[in-house]
Design a protein around this ligand. Structure first.
Ligand code: CA
Length: 340
């Protein structure tokens, strides 16, 4: 017996057609004793077919996903699909409005709060709704992330690993169908509280992305994302494409972040000078860059080193670093298991 959600909505998940409305989460701050936080949601349904839950704004400073999902809400005719789309472009609305990774209301990272709590903080209550109400309605889940303010990242589609070989194979196929330049297997160092880890545990076909960079709207990533979402909906049998699914680039690779060895952290506080552009081949033991001490010019810079050989997938966006800030992420080739 699960605790009911605190969210109030007039949405009818069973009705054919297009509904655009809000999830209303009771919110009682100083300025508004009996108010609600409206979270935009759309349901587009036509007949029978798979249900695909599509989420943007998990982190509020990642803009391509919310833009793409807004376009779909405005432009998609229900007759173009067979099945049901549940679309939430700005799931952590307070963070999206603030343009911040974390919620300004409770300071929480939405993507470290699964499975949520219906009696918890705002973020925990929204997460609970996704986990307990929306996941059980869904066959597949698209969680559209970008690099956010702190990362400059190669546009990519993300596979959350599953111990279930059958589901892993389905997820690899769905994520590959996205058609991003890189398909990346990534589990956030084994983190279990993310939306994709949670969706995989719930048995959903799960597709993640890392589309843009640096808290900006990246035109190349936006185009990859627009095509990618429709490619995945076609792959899932919800939508027919006018043309054959295509990637926006010729070369496509399947890679993975090799757990802790893939991440390089700042060794000191200062300003980080990276030594390589993204998508460069790098070598274990080679310096990834060095931290300069601008207020102590006599002090020698301190280097940070790659812990594995591979390709440079992401770099830190801001120049300033504190010890432990992630300054580089390396990916290695991933050989997907043969499907026999
Ligand atoms: Ca993110």
């Amino acid at each position: 017996m699960t605790t009911p959600s605190s969210i109030i909505t007039d949405i009818d998940f069973d009705r054919d057609g297009k509904q655009v409305t809000t999830l209303n989460l009771p919110h009682s701050p100083h300025e508004d004793a009996w108010g609600v936080m409206p979270i935009p949601i759309a349901v587009i349904k036509n007949g029978t077919g798979p249900t695909v839950l599509m989420e943007g704004g998990n982190h509020g400073d990642e803009y391509e996903g919310p833009i793409i999902l807004g376009e779909i809400i405005r432009d998609l005719d229900p007759a173009e699909i067979q099945g049901r789309l549940i679309i939430i472009p700005a799931i952590n609305t307070p963070a999206v409005v603030a343009g911040r990774r974390t919620s300004p209301i409770d300071g929480l990272n939405f993507n470290r709060c699964f499975p949520g709590d219906p009696r918890g903080t705002m973020t925990q209550q929204i997460v609970h709704y996704v986990h307990d109400i929306l996941f059980p309605l869904s066959d597949a889940f698209l969680d559209l992330h970008s690099g956010g303010s702190s990362l400059d990242i190669l546009p990519s589609a993300i596979v959350e690993p599953s111990g279930d070989a059958g589901l892993m194979q389905k997820n690899l196929a769905a994520v590959s169908a996205f058609g991003a330049p890189y398909t990346v297997v990534l589990n956030n160092l084994g983190e279990t509280r993310t939306s994709t880890a949670s969706a995989v545990r719930a048995g959903l076909i799960t597709v993640g992305t890392e589309l843009g960079r640096g808290g900006t709207v990246s035109l190349d990533a936006l185009e990859i994302g627009r095509r990618g979402v429709r490619n995945v909906l076609s792959h899932l049998g919800v939508m027919e494409l006018a043309a054959t699914p295509q990637s926006t680039v010729g070369q496509r690779r399947v890679v993975r972040v090799p757990d802790a060895a893939g991440y390089v952290y700042a060794p000191a506080a200062g300003v980080f000078e990276p030594f390589h552009e993204k998508d460069t081949a790098v070598t274990q033991g080679e310096p990834a860059g060095r931290v300069h001490f601008l207020d102590d010019p006599a002090r020698l810079p301190v280097a940070a080193y790659y812990k594995c050989s591979g390709r440079l997938y992401a770099r830190r966006q801001p120049g300033r670093v504190e010890p432990g800030n992630c300054v580089a992420v390396v990916v290695v080739d991933h050989e997907p298991q043969e499907d026999h």
